[in-house]
Design a protein around this ligand. Structure first.
Ligand SMILES: *Cc1c(COP(=O)(O)O)cnc(C)c1O
Length: 386
């Protein structure tokens, strides 16, 4: 007997493939880095979030070996049962101190942290206010919270203010990417904080792409935001930090509340403690990482100068390691991405509907692990292809 639901999946997959929207996984051999072996081909990678080249850093790898000998592999239980290891605990303290908040909580992933914070702070009677370009995990989090979900046009704080003024919800939470993941632009933290104060809202900032990179590695919070009880800060730890997980930093009371109420924290096995030991070393590398950040900024400047007079395609105004080159149609982005790949350069094409119509782009990401020569190769190839 035929199984109709399975046949519908097959039709759905065929439709994606026909529309050139099927996603495929490339297989990486060896470590992540500026130079990778991917699908059997050696390539320069402009497609990771390993902005500081820490994913395979020798000091962090040494920390992993040392920790494995001390604590084995598995955490064995959730944090509230018996899985909360000294390494997890010490990392939380070090992270909170580094970003200038009173307490922190370590999660297994940024996705889970976002579900946790939004659902724990906003219930069915609350309202979440979100930038339309926020990361998918923040969209899912607001939907899971089950209250009102109100979105404002990207960066349109006048629209946000109107929405806040009209809100009758008791709990209000403004949530935004701090550095937007597909555009590379940075939110105006103090302007959002002004609105949060004026309309008595929480302000939750997801700094997945700024932590490790901005402000000596401390991320995108301003001094005012560090000091504000209403600001909750998220860093993900699989990007510039080069490891895995995510940390939320906030007022001690917020962290205490999350430990009691956040389901994606409570009902999951703690991450392997070895990862927290790696994160402690990563934090040291980030703190002492001014040379890496300076190199990264040089690469950003080199790319922007090199592509300023490109015939087709425009870099979006970004000072972060995310440098999107907008080329217009989906087909053009795919053509360029494939042609670059044939030259041993990997840059992903980001298409509609992930980004608005006619803004398909190459999402170039830079790392301090790149050499100036890697960036020059990309610039030359793009001129040759455009
Ligand atoms: C990557 C990312 C996340 C998810 O973090 P993971 O640790 O990879 O689950 C959340 N928010 C933003 C803005 C991101 O870019």
């Amino acid at each position: 007997m035929s199984f109709a639901a399975l046949a519908r999946l097959q039709q759905g997959l065929a439709a994606l493939s026909a529309d050139h929207l099927e996603r495929r996984r490339a297989v990486l051999e060896g470590p992540q880095g500026a130079h990778v072996t991917i699908n059997g081909q050696d390539a320069v990678s402009f497609c990771s979030n390993d902005y500081l080249g820490l994913a395979a850093d020798p000091a962090i790898v040494r920390a992993a070996h040392g920790a494995l000998d001390q604590c084995g592999v598995g955490a064995g239980a959730a944090h509230l049962i018996s899985g909360h290891h000294r390494f997890h605990h010490d990392f939380e303290d070090a992270f909170a101190r580094f970003v200038g908040k009173s307490a922190a909580l370590l999660f297994s992933t940024g996705y889970m942290a976002n579900l946790a914070v939004v659902t724990a702070l906003v219930g069915r009677h609350g309202e979440v206010f979100a930038d339309k370009l926020n990361h998918a995990s923040l969209v899912d989090a607001a939907q899971l919270a089950g209250g009102h979900f109100t979105r404002y046009r990207h960066g349109d704080l006048a629209q946000l203010e109107g929405q806040l003024a009209a809100s009758r919800a008791q709990e209000r939470l403004i949530v935004s990417d701090l550095v937007f993941s597909m555009d590379g632009d940075v939110v105006s933290v103090d302007a959002l904080l002004d609105l949060a104060e004026r309309y008595d809202a929480w302000l939750y900032l997801d700094d997945a792409h700024g932590f490790g990179v901005l402000n000596g590695g401390r991320g995108g919070l301003t001094e005012r935001a560090r000091a504000s009880d209403r600001v909750i800060y998220l860093a993900t730890l699989g990007k510039a930090a080069g490891v895995s997980g995510a940390a939320v930093a906030a007022h001690q009371t917020v962290i205490d509340w999350l430990v009691q109420k956040a389901r994606p924290y409570i009902y999951t096995t703690a991450s392997p403690p070895v990862l927290a030991a790696c994160l402690l070393e990563s934090l040291r590398q980030i703190e002492g990482g001014d040379a890496r950040r300076a190199r990264l900024q040089q690469h950003v400047a080199q790319l922007r100068t090199g592509l300023a007079d490109l015939k087709r395609g425009t870099l979006m105004p970004s000072a972060t390691p995310i440098q999107p080159l907008v080329v217009g149609a989906n087909a053009e982005a795919v053509r360029l991405s494939q042609a670059l790949r044939e030259r041993g350069l990997r840059v992903p094409a980001i298409r509609t509907p992930t980004v608005p119509a006619n803004t398909a782009r190459l999402r170039i990401t830079l790392s301090s692990a790149h050499a100036a020569d890697d960036v020059a190769r990309l610039v030359d190839a793009l001129h040759a292809l455009s």
